[in-house]
Ligand binder design. Structure first.
Ligand SMILES: [Zn+2]
Length: 70
């Protein structure tokens, strides 16, 4: 069963995942080593309470469709 990711502080499901993309500072070329939303270490934040942390700290990590461990 798929469960929703939720904030560990307030249990809200209004949580977001933040991607990081790196570019070479001098050329502007894309550096492929970026953090993607499904990565365990992508940054997560919660709208209602302002909590910030990592994707794998969210409640139900590994059980939700989006955070499913492969
Ligand atoms: Zn919260």
């Amino acid at each position: 069963m798929v469960e929703l990711l939720a904030c560990p502080e307030c249990q809200s499901e209004e949580v977001t995942l933040i991607t990081e993309t790196e570019y070479f500072a001098n050329t502007g070329d894309l550096f492929c080593h970026s953090v993607k939303p499904h990565d365990a270490n992508s940054k997560a934040s919660c709208f209602p309470c302002g909590w910030t942390g990592k994707h794998n700290q969210l409640l139900n990590y590994g059980k939700s469709f989006f955070g499913k461990k492969s």
